[in-house]
Ligand binder design. Structure first.
Ligand SMILES: Nc1ncnc2c1ncn2[C@@H]1O[C@H](COP(=O)(O)OP(=O)(O)OP(=O)(O)O)[C@@H](O)[C@H]1O
Length: 274
């Protein structure tokens, strides 16, 4: 309290509580099958950041985002999602998760629209009928990924890249404020990558938080505000995105040369040395 306020008997005004980080991890450790995969991760990602998690195959990128979401338990340290431990987090409508591997379609005769509509579930109260708002959000999400024409098709009829776009639409349909995308462009052709970058740009414009795992950022590169590079279960770099991470000559290629950083921690372009 200032001396004049004290003299006037004015009660000190509480400063408003700071908005908690969207994602936070302190000294995070994860072991899988008894093998350490994450070894002391300290990370805070704030609302509105657009963060790419980069690193070689097996460096622990998926494990990190799964641990941040509470899908993989920590063997040490703590994690928080919007200020709450993932196990106690209830506002799942706030998080749109695009998993790395396709987990839809196999034997389930759901249509594209039905899968995308499932992204609204966390927003719906039990037994409430689908509203006009739900239908509009689903239609908008389908349009955003260019799949309106395929809405009535069984999802199993779509190609791998198209199915990836269905998963992205499912996340969009929930209108979350936080997106977690595990390799959203893996196996997606150049045109669809551009489409996704456009979708991402509109999310970024609206202040959404985006955490994505990528091997090549491609056309998404200009949107990234921060990169976190993993190696050996640790963070090797946390800061500006590497200059060449978006410029692979073959946008559709899968994970062949993700090593834009060497294990010593500094940025190192593999393109230059080849
Ligand atoms: N369920 C599991 N059981 C045992 N080991 C696992 C399991 N899941 C992942 N791993 C191992 O943990 C390590 C990190 O895997 P993770 O999938 O997080 O890496 P990544 O960086 O996302 O890899 P990629 O770029 O290939 O997707 C790998 O060595 C992997 O074999």
């Amino acid at each position: 309290m200032t001396p004049s306020a004290q003299a006037a008997g004015v009660a000190p005004r509480e400063s408003p509580p700071a908005t908690p980080a969207a994602f936070a991890m302190s000294a995070g450790h994860v072991s899988l099958d008894g093998r350490p995969v994450l070894r002391g991760i300290d990370l805070r990602i704030h609302a509105g950041e657009v963060v790419a998690v980069l690193g070689a195959n097996g460096s622990g990128k998926s494990t990190l985002i799964r641990a941040l979401l509470g899908l993989t338990p920590l063997s040490g340290g703590t994690a928080e999602l919007h200020g709450v431990a993932p196990g106690r987090f209830r506002d799942w409508w706030r998080v749109g998760y695009v998993p790395q591997r396709l987990s839809i379609g196999g034997g389930v005769p759901a249509t594209v629209r039905e899968v995308v509509a499932s992204g609204r579930i966390a927003r719906q109260r039990r037994l409430r009928r689908t509203s006009a708002g739900d239908r509009a959000a689903v239609a908008h999400a389908l349009e955003a990924v260019g799949l309106t024409e395929r809405a009535g098709d069984p999802v199993g009829w779509l190609s791998g890249g198209q199915q990836q776009r269905v998963l992205i639409a499912r996340a969009l349909a929930g209108e979350p404020d936080t997106f977690v995308m595990d390799e959203p462009t893996a196996g997606v052709d150049a045109e669809s990558q551009l489409h996704l970058a456009g979708t991402l740009a509109s999310l970024v414009e609206r202040g959404r938080t985006v955490l994505l795992v990528a091997h090549e950022l491609g056309p998404m590169a200009p949107l990234i505000t921060r990169s976190v590079v993993l190696g050996g279960g640790r963070i090797l770099h946390d800061g500006a995105p590497p200059a060449d991470a978006g410029c692979h000559p073959h946008p559709g290629h899968e994970q062949a040369r993700p090593h834009v950083y060497d294990v010593s921690g500094g940025p190192m372009s593999t393109e230059a040395g080849q």
